[in-house]
Design a protein around this ligand. Sequence first.
Ligand code: BGC
Length: 389
Amino acid sequence: MTQVDPNISRAWHRPVLGAAVLTMGVLLNGTNAGAGSVDKAAFGNTQDGKAVELYTLTNDKGASVKFITYGGIIKEINVPDRWGRLGNIVLGFKELADYETKNPYFGALIGRYGNRIGGAKFSLDGTQYQLAANNGPNSLHGGNKGFDKVVWAVEPQTDANGAAAKLSYTSKDGEEGYPGTLTAQVIYTLTNDNELRIGYEATTDKPTVANLTSHSYFNLAGDGMGGIGDHILTINADRYTPVDATLIPTGELASVTGTPFDFRQGAPIGARIRSSDPQMVYGRGYDHNFALNRSGDGLSLAARVYEPRSGRIMEITTTEPGIQFYSGNFLDSTLVGPTGQQYRQTDGFCLETQHFPDSPNKPDFPTTMLKPGETLKSTTVHKFSTDAP
Ligand code: BGC
């Protein structure tokens, strides 16, 4: 499979028959020649008594992705550095209780609406819908109990080129104020080419809005290795969406030329992060959506990140029109990672592929409306590699 085949997202979402699972031999709690393995272990109970499991996807190179059924949270991504040593490159917690009580969305699936909706309300077909204002006057990442805080049903999937699992969740009509029953499925695949592919699908029984994403905080030097200022970031975007003081887009698509938002040629994240550009002051750093330069409807390059010490490279391709670059500005030392390390501002960065923030209130932005009979389909691929030793 190549990264740029526009048919991938469709082929990939096809349901796998139970019989195929047996004959292809992707086994739960066991290893499997060639196709990678999917393992499952208990990860405790939520405060309201729901069992949570930890899944591990391992490919034939030994790289792995660990995620929990609570929030679909990606807890670890273990990929090689330039010397072939595996290391975890995402921030997280050791215990479920920390994910339940203080998670700034580490690794989580985000829905129904990734990013902000201004004034925590929107109108559809003449009806106004009120959402939870959980971020100043705005609604952030799906409200008080978004997709990051529900327990997803998980089924291992057959994939000849890696290890995969399907996560499903049905959000009831009216949940968090959104209209329509939203049936969501997400497939995580770790391919034998060290790509983490995230495929999203959703359907509804009433007109609604949806914007699904994933919220890993990356540090390609390794979790707990300090700041991300030296990472060299490239974003394939000529324009970004400036925001007001509450981080809601003004509606303008502004040129990145001559601003700290010009990452077209690659620049260290830290180089301009203390710029006095008012946009950087609003976000306390980068917390902005970039309008991607796209070619066609298929997977298209969104961003590339290179970390010079480890040699690790992450390349992100997506079918989405935008990407939120968030430089971990609100991390503070009250958050403690799995090996006891304190997290601080800019110890991790997020690159959240998405439709633009506040699209339900911005008719000129690509629409996030979903109607009965339609299927939301979205794919994002994180390809991990390294420079030469
Ligand atoms: C938002 C930030 C927010 C963070 C929460 C990001 O997606 O853009 O403003 O603070 O999520 O972890």
